[in-house]
Design a protein around this ligand. Sequence first.
Ligand SMILES: Cc1cc2nc3c(=O)[nH]c(=O)nc-3n(C[C@H](O)[C@H](O)[C@H](O)COP(=O)(O)O)c2cc1C
Length: 365
Amino acid sequence: MGDKKRFTSSRKLDHLHICAEQSVERGDAGFGDIRFVHNALPECDMGTIDLTTRFLNHKISSPLFISAMTGGHPGTKEVNARLARAAERFGLGMGVGSQRAALEDPSLADTFSIVRDEAPHAFLVANLGAVQLRDHGFAWVERAIEMIEADAVAIHLNFLQEAIQPEGDHNAVGCLDAIGELCREFKTPVIIKETGCGISEKVAKQCWGMGVSAIDIGGWGGTSWAAVESVRADKSRNEPDKRLKNLGEAFSEWGIPTVVSLAEVLATGGPVIASGGVRSGLDMAKGLAFGADLCGMALPLLKPAMENDEALNRTIEIIHQELTSAMFLTGSVQIADLRKARMFILGRTRQMIEKDNPARTRKYY
Ligand SMILES: Cc1cc2nc3c(=O)[nH]c(=O)nc-3n(C[C@H](O)[C@H](O)[C@H](O)COP(=O)(O)O)c2cc1C
């Protein structure tokens, strides 16, 4: 294996361990600023609450989406297998981590394809960076989709991480055009996904204009890639890496909080996945009430997935119980009913949502 390939692959394992073992969450996604109006007479039976939903023409058993995390190093295969078994068991959608490592070195493909083996019926999303799309074109996207027999492909935007990584790609020119070309030429749906800094109204409009099928917010307030790269740089003995450690910490404040990004993107269209700092079934209920179609979680599922299947199944059951309780207490029998639930939007989240458009919170309460 060449140095570059080995590096891409070993970085995947570094990321998994840093995220599972160190403190890498920063900020406030904004869910704490949202309160549902309690329905003291919900007039529905909690036992009949139905979590099924549709996304990009697929029926999905729950709006919980397993966000892109891993694959690309032999040590990540079992984690992907566990996540996929949970996706199959609970009928969830799931994204795999960036498939770049396996495209550079096909011997790593099984760390991704295991996901389709374990989840033959799940809605699966392939994953590639916008820079790799621009530089390698459709051939890589095609292979990434085939590798897991994906139902959609996510093109991730991670320029904060690129700016901070010593080996990062600092040239973003041409990515938007590459996305447009992909959407025009491919019949597989294209999802644009941020990775922790959120999507603004302007970028959402550019993406819909290019023909993307869905947007995954990936907002600020959950896993911070600035923090992850800062921890990674801190482990290094090189002096330049110490500078990157400080840069990473300084930029852990950078990004659009998930709820604010959600309001901005939903003002421009949909479908939308709310992700970044979604930490419970109650956060999910708030995201869905805002208008999200699915809610993605990464870090909360990573830790149990690194333990065993039982720990992961238990975590998902608790999340579903929280979501079901929030639906019951707002009198929502179906996911669509949650969109009619009244909410108060408070504090900084409200200020940010109303900043350019004072009317934007009006429909929620
Ligand atoms: C260990 C780990 C690896 C990740 N790798 C990828 C990746 O390869 N591609 C991608 O689009 N997002 C990746 N993400 C980002 C997540 O999909 C998600 O957008 C982000 O972590 C925010 O969600 P969270 O706050 O629930 O963790 C990764 C997240 C984690 C925790």
